[in-house]
Design a protein around this ligand. Structure first.
Ligand code: NAG
Ligand code: NAG
Ligand code: NAG
Ligand code: NAG
Ligand code: NAG
Ligand code: NAG
Ligand code: CA
Length: 530
């Protein structure tokens, strides 16, 4: 009886963990016939090393060109091994980090030795997938001949355009990165996405004892799902509610920066540098394609992974609705409510499931207006408006090269504030200009006007409105007059009509003086003559 109950429970557990999110749809028979029922779904976890492209830097870091001897840390006087790129049996090219080893034969990529010490021995290994992936278990890198004493794991979420550190590794975190050493188990649910430096995978324990360097995913999952990951629903619920949690496990590229090799002790022995190098036999990246819960399959197509999108979505990550299925705007499927989630399918434009209310994907809510007896879209996005979000908001105009359901269907008018009457434009983006302004955005002036925070008609110019009496025209805005003249065009003399212009007119003054002097001298001459 008890045994049977346990067995049933076990069966139930198996059913719900194996079956969870594996199906995107199934045919269900109802009174009205068979209909497709849709479910949130995701692809299975896979070994992503099979799909990764590996690049190592700098050029010439791989050993064997020219052939080189190397020794081991444990027995530095045993230096018989040789690396020779031209001999397939002795070559150690990068692809040996991702091969499937047969017959127990260990194959590994190996670098040149640290013969240039004290110049650091640096190597980058960049892994690209050209696809968004989500980690499902620990990343594990297997080092032969000892693990690096300093390294960094980086990740990119945008195909290598930007990078961020994922985890720091050092035998002394404070010394190498000025970070206190942490373990994943020190993390609480609130800071589980913290980037840490760990000393756990860098200390010397002998090259055969511990070969692996990990990025711990399982231990992070366990914080929410329990030690044996028995409660994945709890993790999935957190994925929806906790900001940044899902993104933390998402990547398109990974990069290892190897900064210092294993030393086999505290010091570098300068008389035997042939025992220092990096060698990696395997890189394990267990992950699933990120398909936004809209696909249960992810297949290689033309050399790239591609989600096999359901729910009438499309795109490499099912990140868009298919054409003609945009009655609602696109949404990722959701793990909520547990345990089956919500598919958030794209529905056909104008279909009954869209409540007969076409919103061209700019709104996912409709509302019935009683007194008008119409159904109308609510809160149209992407700068649209109207019953069906079919118009552009004021201040925007229709993008002629975009379809009605395109997110960039409405373009901002961008009318020049100074030059235009208001911020609205006509159907082709032309603004209404104030007097003197011109151009589609009214940011230019017609001839005869000059721009100064708006258009003003010219005061002077080189043709019609000439400055007079030697004045010069300054930027069509004013005549700069000689001291004796004034007026808009310098057309007025400063001593006109009985004004006191002594100070202004020295010429007149001296003429008067001359006259006075002549008169006085005549008078003097007359007086002295008597
Ligand atoms: C490794 O990558 C980093 C980041 O792009 C770069 O700064 C560094 O020079 C690279 N190192 C080597 C050895 O190529
Ligand atoms: C990356 O994948 C996309 C979509 O599958 C494809 O169009 C593009 O050519 C791929 N790029 C490379 C470098 O393979
Ligand atoms: C994470 O939070 C716990 C407790 O809230 C704290 O003890 C621990 O130091 C934090 N870890 C990091 C890396 O900040
Ligand atoms: C997706 O489109 C097909 C027609 O191409 C239709 O039969 C199916 O019902 C649609 N699914 C959803 C969820 O709307
Ligand atoms: C107009 O729509 C096309 C097609 O979607 C888009 O490529 C373009 O960027 C849009 N133009 C503007 C100015 O937004
Ligand atoms: C918008 O205004 C411009 C300039 O006045 C005119 O050429 C164009 O035909 C107008 N477009 C529409 C749709 O009215
Ligand atoms: Ca291998």
């Amino acid at each position: 009886m008890l045994l049977q109950a346990v067995f049933l429970l076990l069966l139930h557990c198996l059913g719900s963990t194996l079956g969870q999110y594996e199906l995107c749809k199934s045919l269900v028979s109802t009174d009205e016939g068979s209909v497709w029922e849709q479910y949130a779904c995701q692809p299975k976890s896979a070994s992503m090393k099979d799909y990764m492209r590996i690049k190592v830097d700098p050029p010439g870091i791989t050993c064997g060109n020219p052939p080189e001897r190397f020794c081991t840390l444990e027995n530095p006087y045993l230096c018989s091994d040789e690396c020779d790129a031209s001999n397939p049996d002795l070559a150690h090219p990068p692809q040996l980090m991702q091969d499937r080893e047969r017959n127990g034969l260990l194959t590994y990529w190996q670098t040149v030795t640290w013969s240039r010490h004290p110049e650091p021995l640096l190597a980058n290994i960049t892994m690209s997938w050209n696809k968004s992936l989500e980690l499902t278990d620990d990343i594990q890198i297997t080092f032969e001949y000892g693990r690096p004493t300093i390294m960094v794991l980086d990740k990119s979420m945008d195909h290598g355009r930007s990078w961020q550190p994922y985890q720091f590794y050092a035998d002394d975190c404070m010394d190498a990165f000025n970070m206190p050493p942490k373990r994943v188990r020190d993390l609480s649910p609130a800071n589980i996405t913290r980037v840490i430096c760990t000393e756990q995978y860098s200390r010397w324990v002998g090259s055969k004892n511990e070969k692996n360097v990990k990025f711990e995913v399982r231990a992070r999952f366990a914080v929410f799902a329990g030690p044996r990951l028995q409660n994945m629903d709890s993790l999935y619920t957190r994925m929806e509610s906790m900001k940044g949690l899902r993104d933390f496990f998402t990547f398109t590229n990974l990069r290892m920066r190897l900064l210092r090799p294993a030393l086999g002790g505290t010091y570098v022995q300068r008389d035997n540098l042939l025992k220092y190098f990096y060698a990696i036999s395997n890189i394990e990246v267990p992950a699933r394609c990120k398909c936004n819960l809209h696909a249960s399959q992810c297949l290689l197509q033309d050399g790239n992974l591609q989600c096999q999108c359901e729910h009438n979505t499309t795109g490499q990550d099912c990140q868009r609705c298919r054409k003609g299925f945009k009655a609602k705007s696109w949404k990722a499927g959701s793990y909520l409510p547990a345990p089956n989630g919500t598919p958030n399918t794209c529905t056909i434009a104008g279909s009954p499931s869209g409540s007969n209310c076409e919103c061209y994907g700019h709104s996912n809510r409709c509302s019935y207006i009683d007194y008008l007896n119409i159904v109308t879209c609510v809160s149209c996005k992407h700068n649209t408006r109207g019953q069906n979000c079919q118009h552009c908001r004021l201040g925007y105009f229709r993008n002629a090269s975009a379809e009605l359901d395109d997110e960039s269907v409405c373009i901002e008018c961008n009318c020049n504030q100074m030059g235009s009457v208001h911020d609205r434009c006509n159907g082709t983006g032309f603004c209404q200009c104030k007097e003197g302004a011109t151009g589609a955005k009214c940011d230019d002036c017609v001839p005869g006007y000059y721009w100064k925070q708006g258009c003003y008609s010219n005061v002077c110019d080189e043709e019609m409105l000439l400055c007079q009496n030697g004045g010069t025209c300054y930027q069509n805005q004013k005549c700069i007059c000689p001291p004796e003249f004034k007026g808009v065009l310098c057309q007025h003399s400063r001593c006109e009509a009985g004004k006191d212009c002594n100070a202004a007119s020295s010429l007149h003054f001296s003429m008067a003086t001359l006259l006075l002097c002549t008169l006085l001298s005549h008078l003097l001459a007359m007086l002295t003559a008597h």
